[in-house]
Design a protein around this ligand. Structure first.
Ligand code: 8X3
Length: 248
């Protein structure tokens, strides 16, 4: 049975991807900070084999300890989905909160590195595997007030490309999915629980659902070894660019 390790699986794209991979026949390691949600997901996916790990991707020691606690086969997954991360704040650079900046750079960039490095010994030893990094259209396009979030996702894009080169001799393939406007907890987190402001982001058009992105990820990681779908940009149907949306 193939195995997949998904970070940030307690909600949104991570959760939907875990569900999609379980349906595709993968045994799973689902990780996140919210144990109860992960346990509920594991129960929902039963009888699919699911191993729950609770840690914050920003905490390198916790990541390493969690991975070390896994049975050997799960320490070398066929698929790693680096999904954990998010946006915090949407302010001009001159009034941005440095705590938000740290949070985004630590989770979106350092967190991805922490998890990847913890799993690479197993994956490279097997000489096979597939890593999907969840980037964003925000890593490809600048938009006002996106500053550090855009920069963190631009870093994900460059890490994807450079990791692909570094890992080429090892047989581990690396790719990226870049979502546009997906309605998840993303905007509630970005706006710190301001639900009215979060709802406005998705007003007047049909946004993507987490499942739309999950389907793409499952397709990418189930291609045969001679195929790497290296980058996919997924926009809402009414979306032409990051902040260009035809609203009714
Ligand atoms: C989310 C995309 O453009 O809404 O990663 O910030 S955007």
């Amino acid at each position: 049975m193939k195995t997949a390790f998904v970070t940030g699986a307690s909600s949104g794209i991570g959760r939907a991807t875990a569900v999609g991979l379980a349906k595709a026949g993968f045994a799973l390691v689902i990780t996140g900070r919210r144990r109860e949600r992960l346990d509920a997901l594991a129960a929902e996916l039963a009888p699919a084999p699911v191993h729950v790990l609770t840690f914050d991707v920003r905490d390198r020691a916790a990541v390493n300890a969690a991975v070390a606690s896994l049975p050997e086969v799960l320490r070398a997954p066929d698929v790693l989905v680096n999904n954990a991360g998010g946006a915090h704040g949407l302010s001009p650079i001159q009034s941005g909160d440095p705590a938000d900046w740290d949070q985004m750079l630590d989770a979106n960039v350092r967190g991805l590195l922490n998890v990847t490095q913890a799993l690479l010994p197993g994956m490279t030893a097997r000489q096979t595997g597939f890593i999907v990094n969840v980037g964003s259209i925000a890593g490809q396009e600048a938009y006002a007030n996106g500053n550090v979030y855009c920069a963190s996702k631009a870093a994900v894009q460059m890490l994807t490309k450079t990791m692909r080169l570094d890992l080429l001799p090892t047989g581990v393939r690396v790719a990226e999915v870049n979502p546009g406007a997906v309605e998840t907890e993303f905007s509630q987190v970005r706006f710190k629980g301001d639900e009215a402001r979060a709802a406005k982001v998705y007003e007047g058009f049909e946004p993507l659902k987490a499942e739309d992105i999950a389907e793409v990820v499952v397709f990418m990681v189930t291609r045969p070894p001679h195929v790497t779908i290296a980058e996919v940009l997924v926009l809402a149907g009414a979306q032409g660019a990051a902040t260009t949306i035809a609203r009714k």
